[in-house]
Design a protein around this ligand. Structure first.
Ligand code: ZN
Ligand code: ZN
Length: 249
């Protein structure tokens, strides 16, 4: 008999639970997952900011950014709404970061979009990079990396060596992504970032609760991109901790 689809469905490895089974302790894995890129229904995500942050809290994340898409429109209403919802998590171990993902803006206008987001109170600024999954305006990676004030260049795709060098100079984190399509560039991004000693992070780019990863899930993405074990704590802990401090949290 052929196995049913259900029987052969494999679990999503990036969501492998970090909770202990049996007598294991979970102290070492709790509140150490960082994620600087996710969406809500305020743009193209499925759930509210509150729902996404509750799930990050349930997964015992240290920091979860919500970075909905903005173009050249006023980012203030979006950021105000995210700030209001973030209040529910004051006093919890979860650090909420309120931000934007600047998306599909002509490269020459990216600097002004970053300034507008900061003026409107963005704690973190992500730029939607030149992913292999979509036609992003060429020159987006370079424009984002030339600005001193971008935190993360998301899914940069075919990253060039000179772009990795700019990321190091301006301390812009280059993103490894588990997201379908975006993940095609991970090996290239990891390779160029390691050569240039540019900072790397792993972000979920979650559009619903189920897309948020566990710590082990983020680690799998990093290792799958080709990072040696000796780089894992830099990518999963040290660089993210520096970003959180820079965001004023
Ligand atoms: Zn994006
Ligand atoms: Zn995104």
């Amino acid at each position: 008999m052929r196995p049913s689809r259900r029987a052969i469905r494999t679990p999503d490895p990036t969501r492998r639970p970090s909770r202990p089974r049996g007598g294991e302790t979970d102290r070492g894995t709790d509140w150490r997952t960082f994620d600087f890129h996710a969406h809500t229904y305020l743009t193209d995500g499925d759930q509210s900011a509150t729902s996404m942050w509750w799930e990050a809290h349930r997964l015992r994340h240290r920091a979860q950014a919500l970075t909905d898409h903005v173009g050249l429109e006023d980012p203030a209403p979006l950021l105000r709404r995210l700030r209001q919802e973030a209040r529910a998590f004051e006093g919890t171990p979860l650090i909420t970061l309120v931000g934007v993902e600047i998306t599909e803006v002509p490269p020459r206008r990216i600097a002004s979009a970053v300034r507008a987001a900061r003026r409107a109170g963005a704690e973190i600024v992500v730029v939607h990079g030149e992913t292999l999954a979509e036609r992003v305006p060429p020159g987006t990676n370079r424009a984002a990396l030339e600005i001193n004030d971008v935190d993360v260049l998301a899914h940069p795709g075919i990253l060039r060596p000179e772009e990795a060098e700019l990321a190091r100079q301006h301390d812009v984190a280059l993103e490894l992504s588990p997201r379908r399509g975006h993940s095609l560039g991970n090996g290239r991004v990891a390779l160029e970032a390691l050569k240039a000693r540019a900072p790397l992070v792993v972000d979920s780019d979650a559009h619903r609760q189920e897309d948020l990863f566990s710590f082990e899930g983020a680690e799998l993405v990093a290792r799958g991109a080709g990072l040696p074990d000796s780089e894992l704590s830099r990518v999963l802990q040290e660089t993210p901790q520096r970003i959180v401090r820079r965001c004023g949290k």
